[in-house]
Ligand binder design. Structure first.
Ligand code: GTR
Length: 420
């Protein structure tokens, strides 16, 4: 039996017993987020915030995503500012964020801010799949020099070429989002950890956890590295006078949606999270074993999670957690879970049911949560702090999804736009 180490650099304020895999009880029903590890009920808001949140974060760190190192102080350089961007509609900043021991790879954040805003702007922050140069067709955005998967458009020998500029424009729909009154901040997730099965590059190779950069059973996987880098970007955003530090939303699609949820669950400065088709390891319940299973994801992507998660292949019922508990860690902050009808791999119903099962935590804190008993039909955004939306079509993210993200964020951030 191991004693709990609280993840994410937080001071340990509680101790709980973390059983080895073979001593974990089989639980066919969902574990109760409102029950302490010792079996006692969580009855009050302060019990939730002061103790249960830490327990649940520890469970996810220990058995699933791996422990992140403590926050490292950041140094930033503004490399480029264009005050008349997008025909004067926006300001573009390219920011390099450095942290950690010498040799730690920096994050390159692309920030586009609406210039029409009189006050600091709310912002959508998130990791991108293929490099900042892919989200806008702009020759002033340097091509990423990181490893890029071959499936990316305009990628040759795992490197970006000029042909890859602007190939993910729709995924971020930056002009549309700027027009809605939001800034967009994004960085390529490979700055934090290239998406391949190794532990030899990215933050893993530079920032020790418990004194070592060697991979242990509970070391941080790629999703934790991406989430940690999102936190370091938040460190920058809260200091940028053009950004409203109280309205930072993190958005992620698919694997980046998994990272977005984990980042939001471990950083209360993130005011809102949007998970788009994040599926297994994101918003979808593992115990359903629908679409992508724990075994399937650990087989194809053994580097995303901690090694300790591999034991749950075909053993989902031994998990002392499930994804409703990840969502509940955001409470009472808003979370939108967005699914697509044909994206069965991401198990839309499992995503809805996880949201629903997080609701008792929101209710304990005095909020209404989802307020919807059954899955809505397509095109309806339902819920209060917990929002759910399903659209027709398959896996992907584009302008029509951003309409929904903006609608959800507007209702919580109080943004009025022409499109309202
Ligand atoms: C799939 C993977 C999913 C999802 C998706 C994506 O191959 O099985 O978990 O993350 O990739 O990121 O697009």
């Amino acid at each position: 039996m191991a004693l709990c180490i609280i993840g994410c650099g937080e001071p340990a304020q509680t101790e709980m017993t973390l059983l080895p895999f073979d001593q974990l009880p089989v639980q066919e029903t969902l574990p109760d987020p409102l029950q302490f590890a010792d079996g006692n009920p969580v009855n009050t808001e302060s019990q939730w915030h002061e103790k249960r949140v830490r327990e649940i974060r520890t469970l996810f760190s220990h058995y699933m995503y791996g422990y992140m190192p403590p926050a490292e102080a950041i140094q930033t350089t503004i490399d480029d500012v264009d005050a008349h961007y997008l025909d004067g509609m926006a300001i573009k900043k390219q920011v390099t964020i450095r942290f950690g021991p010498e040799g730690t790879p920096p994050l390159h954040v692309l920030l586009v801010i609406p210039s029409s805003q009189a006050s600091p702007s709310p912002v959508f922050l998130g990791t991108n799949f293929y490099g900042n140069h892919s989200v806008l067709a702009d020759s002033m955005i340097p091509l990423s020099t990181q490893w890029i998967p071959e499936r990316g458009a305009g990628v040759e020998d795992n490197k970006a070429t000029e042909a890859s500029r602007g190939t993910s424009i729709d995924r971020w729909s930056i002009e549309q989002v700027i027009h809605a009154g939001y800034a967009v901040a994004t960085f390529y997730h490979a700055d934090a950890d290239p998406d391949k099965d190794d532990f030899t590059d990215g933050l893993h190779a530079s920032i020790p956890v418990d004194g070592s950069v060697a991979r242990s059973d509970t070391s941080w996987g790629a999703l934790s590295a991406w989430a940690y880098a999102i936190h370091r970007s938040v460190d920058y955003l809260v200091q940028d006078p053009d950004i409203d530090a109280s309205r930072i939303a993190v958005m992620g699609h698919s694997r980046n949606g998994k990272a977005a949820l984990w980042a939001g669950a471990t950083d209360p400065r993130i005011a809102l999270v949007i998970s788009n088709q994040s599926g297994c390891g994101g918003a979808a319940l593992s115990r359903r074993k629908m679409g992508e299973t724990v075994e399937a994801i650990n087989t194809r992507f053994p580097h995303w999670f901690s090694r300790s998660f591999w034991a749950f292949n075909n053993n989902e019922d031994r998990l002392p957690l499930d994804q409703h508990m990840l969502i509940s860690l955001m409470a009472p902050r808003p979370v939108l879970v967005a699914s697509a009808e044909e994206d069965e791999w991401a198990d839309p119903e499992g995503e809805f049911l996880a949201l629903k099962a997080a609701e008792p935590v929101y209710k304990l804190l005095g909020y209404s949560g989802l307020n919807n008993e059954s899955m809505p039909t397509v095109h309806q955004l339902v819920g209060a702090e917990l929002g759910y939306h399903i659209r027709p079509g398959g896996h992907g993210v584009g302008p029509r999804d951003w309409d929904v993200f903006v609608q959800f964020a507007n209702s919580h951030f109080g943004v009025a736009t022409e499109s309202n």
